[in-house]
Design a protein around this ligand. Sequence first.
Ligand code: AMP
Ligand code: FE
Ligand code: FE
Ligand code: ZN
Length: 296
Amino acid sequence: MSALEKKNRTPHHWIDLHTHTSGSDGTLSPLELVRHAVAQNVSIMAITDHDTVSGIKEVLPLLSDNEFKKIKLISGIEISAKYSGGTLHILGYGIDFDHQQLLQKLKAFQKIRRNRSIKIIEKLNQLGIAITSDQLAGQSSANESQGRPHIAQLLVKMGVVRDIEEAFNTYLARGKKAFVCKEVFSADEAIAMIHEASGIAVLAHPCTLNIQGEQFEEYLDSLIEFGLDGIEVYSPIHNEKQTQTYLTLANSKKLLISGGSDFHGNVKPDIQIGVCSLGKRIDSQLISAEIIERTL
Ligand code: AMP
Ligand code: FE
Ligand code: FE
Ligand code: ZN
């Protein structure tokens, strides 16, 4: 058998290292998410909720059950960080989710998120939309990290907009009528928080920084100086050219390579679990071993 034939016969280990649960703005509970991943033949998955580790903690005691034998989990987080021209999210893999300093900082962040929701609601009220904090509390009662998708879901339920996309495009996205910036950690703080909790820091969906070429490379270098370990090369929001660019940069700058779907359930209906790059699944062989080794 040739090496290629042998490789083709090796069973695939489909991987998804970027997923959200109801710990943040995903619509599936941690248990439902892991069940869904198993049903879709994902064999290695990271739960990477925005600014919380509550989802991992919830599902961890269940992993010894027979039904979860086929899947391995990596503890993760996605930390929002300061960046003016777009969105900067830093993924943390293999973090110690009992790390007290991390938990304290995240708790403070939950408060910042809730205060920001109140400001968004005030803006919506000024626009004549009768949405209340109590309604939002009901909508997001199961979510440790409150965010704009919860407000978007409410606006859909109230019939103010047709869908989540319209809620963002009309009211909630940057520059729209009810947008409120959230105070977040600086990039170096976010990376340091992940490292202090023994995690690997990876730049999530780099295209959302909205910079290309030399400008992107310079910014990436500044993150590397802060200690960035890797880059999410494979993401459904990257086109072929972007994927190739990020892969080349990862190799030349000796960054770890990661990939994930950014699955959120119903709030992002176009994204399917395990479908991480150009409409396809990705095999664990494409991902750096240092990340895969962090399975629980
Ligand atoms: P927040 O963390 O409150 O700033 O909200 C950011 C989250 O909103 C992202 O993680 C996405 O899940 C979601 N989001 C942002 N833009 C859109 C959009 N245009 N359509 C749907 N969801 C979005
Ligand atoms: Fe999200
Ligand atoms: Fe993100
Ligand atoms: Zn995400």
